[in-house]
Design a protein around this ligand. Structure first.
Ligand SMILES: NC(=O)c1ccc[n+]([C@@H]2O[C@H](COP(=O)([O-])OP(=O)(O)OC[C@H]3O[C@@H](n4cnc5c(N)ncnc54)[C@H](OP(=O)(O)O)[C@@H]3O)[C@@H](O)[C@H]2O)c1
Length: 259
């Protein structure tokens, strides 16, 4: 008798922050791996366009507006996703944004906004979708964290605090969910080429990069592609039952040295 029944054939997934970057790449990758996917972000039209692209490629996809900072929006998104795709087996929490301010210069409202999106936003998804997983005795929740938890970066203290909160919550969940069949996992990307930080002016970007160099945080110029992180997330949720990839850090590989 195997310790666990295999994953069901149909494993619908929801992805927050699916209109861009890592979330969009994850929706594509999960759909290509055969998962029905529900895409959510504030830019519902962008999610709808991506969902149409996935369907044209033969996948199953559904899009709905989602603001993870708004409880009613998360309630509506989760209910619509389940109506459209059935019981949700996989949750990927990737929604996020980034303010490039020093902690002491940041307005507390803006500080709270970062916690609202990254930390409370992730919790809102969990509170709606994990109880059903526990009842079904299986499921995957993936928190997209950041390598800033291991090595904090300057000018993003609110983000560092929020991501530490996310990992703390995930670690506690891993203990609370032990024996339920539900796996909570952390995927921790290093620098990834997405829209994050693209709204900064050139002066801010220059200053941030200089500080990364000063603190030894820019070892080489390569960034990950969103698809690289999506591949790690897909690997985490595809691990056979009985094995749990609880924490995966993904870093860009350095360019090959001249010989
Ligand atoms: N890029 C990096 O170097 C890096 C490194 C480590 C970790 N990460 C993490 O990776 C995740 C994805 O970021 P990304 O790099 O892919 O950035 P991105 O391209 O800017 O994508 C961020 C996504 O989050 C969504 N979003 C923002 N606020 C939201 C809200 N209130 N409700 C719902 N969706 C919201 C955005 O969509 P809308 O604007 O349409 O809502 C967008 O789809 C984040 O959690 C980030 O912290 C990124």
């Amino acid at each position: 008798m195997p310790r666990f029944a295999p994953h069901p054939e149909r494993r619908p997934a929801v992805v927050s922050g699916a209109s861009s970057g890592i979330g969009a790449a994850t929706a594509r990758a999960l759909a290509a791996a055969g998962h029905p996917v529900a895409l959510g972000a504030r830019r519902a039209r962008v999610c709808a366009e991506l969902a149409a692209e996935i369907r044209e490629a033969g996948g199953e996809a559904f899009a709905h507006a989602l603001d993870v900072a708004d409880s009613d929006s998360v309630t509506a998104f989760a209910a619509a996703a389940e109506r459209a795709l059935g019981d949700i087996e996989i949750v990927v929490s990737s929604a996020g944004d980034l303010a490039a301010d020093r902690v002491h210069e940041l307005d507390s409202g803006e500080f709270l906004a970062q916690l609202q999106v990254h930390l409370v936003g992730a919790h809102r998804l969990v509170s709606h979708l994990v109880p059903g997983m526990v009842a079904r005795r299986r499921g995957d929740v993936v928190f997209v964290s950041s390598d800033v938890v291991r090595a904090p970066r300057t000018r993003m203290g609110a983000y560092v605090a929020a991501k530490n909160g996310v990992e703390g919550m995930a670690r506690a969940m891993q203990m609370e969910l032990e024996g339920t069949g539900v796996r909570a996992s952390i995927v921790r990307p290093g620098p990834t080429s997405t829209n994050m930080g693209m709204g900064w002016d050139a002066e801010t970007t220059g200053a941030v990069l200089e500080e990364w160099v000063k603190w030894g945080l820019a070892r080489h110029p390569c960034f990950l592609r969103p698809a690289d992180v999506a591949a790690a997330i897909t690997a985490v949720v595809s691990a056979p039952r009985g094995a749990h990839l609880s924490l995966v850090e993904v870093q860009p590989e350095a360019p090959l040295e001249e010989r």
